[in-house]
Design a protein around this ligand. Structure first.
Ligand code: NAP
Length: 461
């Protein structure tokens, strides 16, 4: 390739399509722009609104975490950035359309579905995934019409990670604690009528292995009308767990156990709700006539070396009456037509972010974030991850320069027009954003989200 035709120059800008507008999508965009090359980025998002899990996953009562959006807005202001919201890749636009019009495609579409428990009764009415509930209270259009029967007194959350913490807190908080957040109006109304009194947060391993971050766990000691309770007996640890806690790289888990100790030393007082942290128990069956009525839990013991301890059933069972259950045991990516998928791990098959098929690199396709490495880490983790993928992409620059000219977003507009897809650009999104903020003002909420795609499109006339 001659010098004049070098990729990443004014004459031949590097054109990259980024699929998904969550943290990894924006960090990928940022890293490409920071390369100093002449670039153009087309970001595609299936919803009219950007920001993925920051908008639709982060809990409404954690506004500080949403400040990441201010960083993403700055990135979006960069000249070579184009946002195409309300466009579903794989339906409105194919992966080959993107490859034809861009030098590279980076998938940052996250892990969209939940892992399954794989136990009988999992599908009974009253048993839900955390994803559904999180999407519902955050006003995600796909979950807008879900219904959760909050008329029962006992709810169970399976899993002890930060998503379980979010779901539990939303159930445990009073309306006063939530009403000035950006929680969706329909959720606040339903939660105001909630009769839930007891919430059991059930972990298959012990208190030393809970995956909460201490900051999130500590919040359970600060709830207005919900006491957090741990049975002191449950805090007796096996020697392997003691060794785990003594490791200085495991300070977070040691802090968690300290916090659990504090919860064990208090009684619930006069608080109206109770949140019980239970350990070493696995759900083996959900029971009920037409809907969930009881959960069968098997007692576990830990087996294995420190940091590799797993839960083994002991054959002892107990039944817990409950009317509502949320499975919060981690996410799983979904496949997309035209991209090799690793079914076991729930990620797009890749090596250092380069998409792989049968041991070979698929030229021009990359992944970053949860669809690359699986659903772990906090928002900021995705920054380094995206930088690493962009590093691979930039190292491939010569190979990406096929010599054919690539039209970038301009090449997609005729396809979208042909299939009558009404896409939203970033300026239009800003109008929707402003309208949401204005709707929130009278209620002293940071915003009142539009929870239906049609409502967002209606703002634009
Ligand atoms: P997670 O941290 O991986 O927690 C999953 C939980 O489910 C663990 O307690 C795990 O137990 C349990 N589990 C898995 N399979 C199970 C099974 N078959 N039966 C019973 N329990 C099972 O996942 P997450 O809560 O979905 O969170 C995903 C990521 O997002 C995490 O990195 C999290 O920190 C992050 N996040 C952060 C925030 C925040 O910063 N505020 C908020 C939400 C999410 P084992 O340990 O035994 O596997």
């Amino acid at each position: 390739m001659g010098e004049a035709n070098k990729l990443g120059t004014e004459q031949n800008p590097l054109r990259v399509a980024v699929v998904g507008s969550g943290p990894s999508g924006f960090y990928t965009t940022e890293a490409i722009i920071k390369s100093g090359l002449a670039v153009e980025i087309t970001m595609l998002e299936r919803l009219p609104a950007p920001y993925g899990l920051v908008r639709y996953g982060v809990a409404p009562d954690h506004p500080k975490l949403k400040q990441a959006i201010q960083v993403y807005e700055k990135i979006a202001e960069a000249r070579p950035f184009r946002f195409l919201g309300n466009v579903t890749v794989g339906r409105d636009i194919s992966v080959s359309d993107l490859s034809r019009t861009h030098h590279a495609v980076v998938f940052t579409c996250g892990a969209e579905t939940d892992r399954r428990l794989g136990v009988p009764g999992e599908e009974l009415a009253g048993s839900h995934t955390a994803t559904e509930f999180v999407g519902w209270y955050n006003g995600h259009p796909y979950y807008r019409d879900r219904e959760f029967d909050l008329s029962h007194e006992v709810a169970v959350i399976i899993g002890q990670g930060n998503v379980a913490a979010d779901v539990t807190r939303i159930l445990a908080k009073t309306v006063d604690e939530l009403k000035h957040t950006d929680i969706a109006e329909h959720a606040l109304e339903a939660l105001a009528e909630s009769r839930i009194r007891e919430i059991f947060v059930v972990g298959r391993r012990g208190p030393a292995q809970a995956k909460f971050t201490p900051k999130e766990l500590r919040e359970f000691g600060e709830l207005q009308d919900c006491a957090s309770i741990v049975d002191e007996q449950d805090l007796k640890l096996n020697p392997q767990s003691e060794l785990e806690l003594a490791d200085k790289n495991n300070a977070g888990n040691a802090k968690n156990v300290e916090i659990f100790q504090r919860f064990a030393s208090q009684d619930g007082g006069a608080k109206h709700r109770r949140c019980y942290f239970r350990f070493l128990k696995s759900p083996v069956r959900l029971l009920g006539e037409s809907r969930l009525q009881r959960l069968v839990l098997e007692q576990n013991r830990l087996e294995g070396e420190p940091f590799a301890q797993s839960a083994r059933g002991t054959g002892e069972y107990e039944e817990l009456p409950c009317g509502l259950l949320f499975r919060s045991i981690g996410y799983h990516g979904l496949p997309m037509a035209g991209v090799p998928f690793d079914q076991r791990r729930g990620v797009f098959a890749n090596d250092g972010g380069r998409i792989m098929e049968n041991g070979h690199v698929v030229a021009g396709l990359y992944a970053a974030g949860w669809i690359k490495r699986g659903p772990t880490g906090i928002i900021g983790t995705n920054r380094a991850d995206s930088v690493a993928t962009v590093g691979s992409l930039l190292a491939d620059l010569e190979a990406l320069n096929s010599g054919e000219s690539k039209a970038g977003a301009e090449g997609l507009y005729p396809l979208l027009a042909e299939s009558q897809v009404r896409f939203i650009d970033f300026a239009q999104w800003r109008r929707v954003d402003e309208a949401e903020i204005a709707r929130g003002e009278p209620k002293r909420k940071p915003r009142e989200k539009f929870t239906r795609v049609q409502e967002m499109l209606a703002v634009l006339g």
